[in-house]
Ligand binder design. Sequence first.
Ligand SMILES: Nc1nc2c(c(=O)[nH]1)N[C@H]1C(S)=C(S)[C@@H](COP(=O)(O)OP(=O)(O)OC[C@H]3O[C@@H](n4cnc5c(=O)[nH]c(N)nc54)[C@H](O)[C@@H]3O)O[C@H]1N2
Ligand SMILES: Nc1nc2c(c(=O)[nH]1)N[C@H]1C(S)=C(S)[C@@H](COP(=O)(O)OP(=O)(O)OC[C@H]3O[C@@H](n4cnc5c(=O)[nH]c(N)nc54)[C@H](O)[C@@H]3O)O[C@H]1N2
Ligand code: SF4
Ligand SMILES: [Mo]
Length: 632
Amino acid sequence: MTSIIRPSVCPHDCPSTCALEVEVIGGPGERQRIGAVRGAEDNSYTAGVICAKVARYAERANHPDRLMQPLLRTGPKGSGQFREIGWDEALDRVAAAFTEAADRYGPEAVWPYYYAGTMGLVQRDGINRLRHAMRYSRQYTTICTMTAETGWKAAVGTITGPDPREMAKSDLIVVWGGNPVNTQVNVMTHIARARKERGAKLVVIDPYRTGTAHQADLHLALRPGTDGALACAVMHIAFRDGRADRAYMAQYADCPDALEQHLATRDPHWAADITGLPVEQIEAFARLYTTTPRSYIRVGYGFTRQRNGSVNMHAVACLPTVTGAWQHEGGGAFWNNRNLYHWNKTLIEGLDVLDPATRMMDMSRIGAALTGERSELGDGPPVQAMLIQSTNPIVVAPDSNKVRRGFLREDLFVAVHEQFMTDTARHADIVLPATMFTEHDDIYQAGGHSHIQLGPKLLEPPGECRSNHEVIQWLAHRLGARHPGFGMTALEIVDATLRASGWPGAEEVRQRRWIDAQGSFRASHFLDGFAFPDGRFRFAPDWAAAGKHHAGLPALPDHFASSDSATRERPFRLVAAPARSFLNTTFIESPTGRKREGRPTALLHPGRCRKAWRAGGRAGAAWQCARPDRGA
Ligand SMILES: Nc1nc2c(c(=O)[nH]1)N[C@H]1C(S)=C(S)[C@@H](COP(=O)(O)OP(=O)(O)OC[C@H]3O[C@@H](n4cnc5c(=O)[nH]c(N)nc54)[C@H](O)[C@@H]3O)O[C@H]1N2
Ligand SMILES: Nc1nc2c(c(=O)[nH]1)N[C@H]1C(S)=C(S)[C@@H](COP(=O)(O)OP(=O)(O)OC[C@H]3O[C@@H](n4cnc5c(=O)[nH]c(N)nc54)[C@H](O)[C@@H]3O)O[C@H]1N2
Ligand code: SF4
Ligand SMILES: [Mo]
């Protein structure tokens, strides 16, 4: 069989958004499939490196369990009993259920629900066009990024930062609450460069000795949820030892004097008590950080997955403002580049027909919403019908028992558009088979670097798989939804969106392979100021601007003790970080990945385990562990 290599881009929810080269096996007229997948050598961020799970994507795309045909439930909810039906019948049934729910309860009884299975802008977000055109309930998109985003924006004002490729020019890289060896391998490429070429140091701040921590010169294994305390102590030391850049702060920060005064009591002893780190280790890290101008903090998501995540993110973002590291090449802090791309998503999402009066519900509270709690429903109708694309809420949303109970409701109609029979799909009334990224057109932005890339359709989908875009168009047609976007192909929407956002059109992007949207050095290092009207970084954030639940948040960076503390019955805090071979719940069907991950296990520090066991475990507490002296 013939095979050719075609350019593509990884669609998954990973900051690396790798530029790919995909082998397509089989010519026109033959049954086509994908073969080898490699990272593009000539993309300056991907630099030829991708993760192992995508390198063996053929295992996923050509998997025997892929959904190939629309399905209708024949057994009880969740039984997994379905029979195959045609697309017309499937779509007619979805449209009929939506119409019935809307007629009986009003359009807000329909709740389209999606997340990040694909990060393509058209295939992921097009569901919002249908939502807005039909005045269905809106989705407050809170999973994963909300706490991080809130903390970062409160400090910096926008979501960009110094070019991540500059890490190669840093003398110190601090990976704070992230585990890039597992979660975005390309960060390690650029760190490796800095270490090899400049002898740069790597510090990792993580409660857990991860693969990334394993490679570090210094690993600070603090208690979960105590990053704000560590950040405060480092800033305290900077002021104490005369290494705070007062001239920089006078020009670029809002209230350095108030900060200095506030930090006077946040010394390393105070932080040691909270974080569990030795004072000497805090001092050593602070010395290294405050004496290295080219210090780059690569901020992860992991440390914001705590109730005080936004406060801790804000505190960490303050560090380079105190030292002035933002000014230097290879210096500053970086979380995500989301605001680099200035998308105009009117066409994709139907923003011009959005009615702000329609109900908005928090996607993380889907359990409460589906089980009818008024805190979520407000004074609106119950949720009676859903279309779910690109997400697996029964497994990924919090309070999963409640989520499952909601999905078992007999009077709830659910259509799930999926590539595999996930737990969520198993609970659906109708299952629709979805394409994979090589089987549809889309455009992608990178969170962890600065490229816009086109991911073109490379081969015909197998079986009856159809894209998210096609399903939205067909449903819009059946439901009588009106919007110019409903008459366009995915590629036409890509092209129009690029142009409306000030970028070249789709054909030019295809020819150039990617657009590097990185701003100038001055802009990305905030040399003309941070993204607030007065240009000043916020040591004192305006939490009220972020949302209504701001009461009690600290006025300046601090340890915000909002997490549950250990008790005799519940002496541990679980850190549930991503597996290397899976991506959230994607890739769990991969035989190689399953073999590598084995069964889920929780790791306990042997000393802690022994102590807790002595204190209460024996007496039949809520947790159990193997006898600690035999190793847990
Ligand atoms: N292989 C793989 N890659 C992935 C994913 C995956 O599931 N698997 N998921 C993707 C997605 S959606 C995301 S959002 C990113 C996330 O990727 P990262 O930004 O790397 O974040 P996490 O992996 O969630 O957590 C990183 C680390 O934070 C640590 N951590 C937990 N609590 C704390 C704390 O309180 N303080 C500190 N300092 N550290 C803490 C955890 O031990 C973990 O090692 O990865 C993406 N890439
Ligand atoms: N238990 C658990 N919970 C988690 C996490 C975790 O790792 N474990 N991670 C947390 C984080 S950081 C995040 S970001 C969220 C992620 O939560 P989700 O966005 O729900 O991510 P996944 O669980 O990977 O589910 C994505 C689903 O989309 C499907 N999919 C992929 N591409 C397409 C497509 O083009 N069309 C359609 N229709 N479907 C597609 C995949 O087959 C997969 O089943 O979960 C959060 N919650
Ligand atoms: S590292 Fe992330 S973006 Fe790159 S191929 Fe793997 S999952 Fe995709
Ligand atoms: Mo995520």
